[in-house]
Design a protein around this ligand. Structure first.
Ligand SMILES: [Zn+2]
Length: 180
């Protein structure tokens, strides 16, 4: 009798395990990000621009991304620009997958700078702030400057724009982090 009960309980537990695994596999991506609160090891940073005006704020981008069906802002970091300087703000928690670069969301942190660098140049003051912010992110997550990419390096997009000083950023990061 007890043996039979044990067997039934085991079968039930196995069924629960299988069905929750199936449920997770078919869960929409944005819900997976809710479930996947992982202590995660990131190994790249992808740089974006907001492709909007320089006074775009983190909360505006958050609202746009919610409208697009994301689970809140897709970037882990966002640089707001006020009075000619860029200020680093925390976006999506870094223990959650991002929603900013398709296949790279599971390995790369997303950092976005307010502005459209396809049509405007970045001032020297803002550049220095962006450099310090990306350096901070690289140090915090132990990421090599070789793995700081522009969105356009991994996808068919102009992001972060042709005037975004990406090559200079990588060179300066190497110099400041002593990796070259
Ligand atoms: Zn982008």
């Amino acid at each position: 009798m007890l043996k039979r009960l044990c067997l039934i309980i085991s079968i039930l537990l196995a069924l629960i395990a299988i069905s929750s695994a199936c449920l997770f596999i078919f869960l929409p991506y944005r819900w997976k990000t809710v479930v996947l609160h992982l202590p995660y090891r990131w190994n790249a940073v992808i740089v974006h621009h907001s492709a909007s005006s320089q006074d775009t704020t983190l909360s505006e981008v958050n609202a746009w991304h919610i409208q697009r069906g994301f689970n809140g802002i897709g970037y882990h970091y966002f640089l707001e620009i006020h009075d000619g300087h860029a200020y680093l703000k925390n976006g999506r928690p870094t223990n959650m997958f991002g929603a900013h670069a398709d296949r790279y969301n599971g390995i790369a942190l997303g950092i976005c700078v307010a502005g459209n660098y396809e049509t405007e140049h970045m001032s020297e003051e803002v550049y220095q702030d962006v450099l310090k912010a990306v350096e901070h992110v690289c140090r915090k997550h132990d990421i090599s400057p070789d793995r700081v990419w522009g969105h356009r390096d991994v996808a068919a997009t102009a992001c972060p724009g042709k005037y975004f000083p990406l090559d200079r950023l990588k060179r300066d990061l190497h110099r400041r982090l002593g990796t070259q």
